[in-house]
Design a protein around this ligand. Structure first.
Ligand SMILES: NC(=O)c1ccc[n+]([C@@H]2O[C@H](COP(=O)([O-])OP(=O)(O)OC[C@H]3O[C@@H](n4cnc5c(N)ncnc54)[C@H](OP(=O)(O)O)[C@@H]3O)[C@@H](O)[C@H]2O)c1
Length: 260
């Protein structure tokens, strides 16, 4: 069972506190970490930390950008060796956001077939997809070919809420990317907070918004610093589900301050 709070390790390597951030997540009991072949240094960082730590109890999720069966299988092999593990809990087709990409990965000899072979060989447990296209997300979920779908969802980006309900209906796990709005917005939020802003639009409330949706399997806020992990764990462990009126007020404020 994965914890509702995971870690998105896309940007974690770009920090002097990278290893400490991963350690902080594992130490706090976060047991789901998302990475990808394309996230520069991310699988390498995770491999380093995990090799130094015997028996880390963690579900790793990686991704391939390849659209062919051969390419996807090669990526699985590379991920396994860089992460230093014998199997990977979830391997995802990365950013399947155009009809062309979707047709390619689903075609005979496409990347889905490659991941199914890797699954048959016992190298990966589950197969998922990440997408930024809401229309395509519906098709992905309804294909019933995937264990999980990774969607953007937050008070800044509410339009995927119906897709989360659909995924629940189809027993597809929902991984929420960019749950606190992405690095541009959070750095603006931190600046406003340091200047005395005391309204609703905070990283903690944004995370509460996402975790209050019972259809979300795991939210994966990105972090480069252990202090973010500590704050997000505090939010998740003291979670009081956000009521609908507060959710609407937060989304309205997010829309009014829609900065990148
Ligand atoms: N599949 C895809 O196409 C795709 C695309 C985008 C993202 N993703 C996945 O989703 C994950 C998260 O996305 P993201 O990083 O773009 O967006 P995000 O999680 O919404 O935002 C990350 C930003 O929030 C900051 N932050 C996190 N917790 C905070 C807190 N408690 N207080 C203040 N600031 C906080 C981080 O700061 P610091 O970095 O300074 O610590 C970082 O700048 C990625 O790591 C990746 O795994 C996938």
């Amino acid at each position: 069972m994965v914890t509702e709070l995971g870690l998105g390790a896309m940007d974690t390597p770009h920090s002097p506190e990278a290893a400490a951030t991963i350690e902080a997540a594992l130490g706090a009991g976060i047991n789901f970490i998302d990475t990808a072949r394309e996230y520069e240094g991310s699988e390498f960082l995770l491999g380093q930390v995990l090799r130094a730590r015997a028996n880390a109890d963690v579900y790793l999720a990686s991704k391939t950008f390849r659209h062919t069966a051969d390419g996807a299988q090669r990526d699985v092999d590379r991920s396994l060796s860089i992460l230093g593990v014998e199997r990977i809990a979830l391997y995802q087709l990365h950013d399947i956001s155009t009809p062309e990409a979707w047709a390619e990965v689903m075609a005979p000899d496409g990347a889905l077939e490659g991941l199914q072979i890797a699954q048959y060989r016992g190298l990966i447990d589950h197969i998922g997809v990440s997408t930024h296209n809401t229309a395509l997300a519906r098709e992905i979920i309804m294909s019933d070919a995937f264990s999980s779908v990774m969607l953007e969802y937050s008070a800044f980006f509410t339009e995927t809420a119906p897709l989360i309900d659909l995924a629940v209906e189809h027993d597809v796990g929902v991984i929420v990317m960019r749950p606190v709005g992405g690095s541009g917005r959070t750095s603006n939020m931190r600046r406003r907070l340091s200047e005395g802003y005391d309204g609703l639009l905070t990283p903690s409330n944004l995370l509460r918004y996402v975790l209050s949706n019972p259809g979300v399997t795991v939210a994966i806020p990105g972090a480069r610093y252990p202090s973010r992990i500590a704050e997000n764990v505090a939010t998740a462990t003291s979670l009081e589900p956000m009521d609908e009126a507060t959710k609407r007020a937060l989304a309205a404020e997010a829309a009014a301050h829609f900065y990148d």
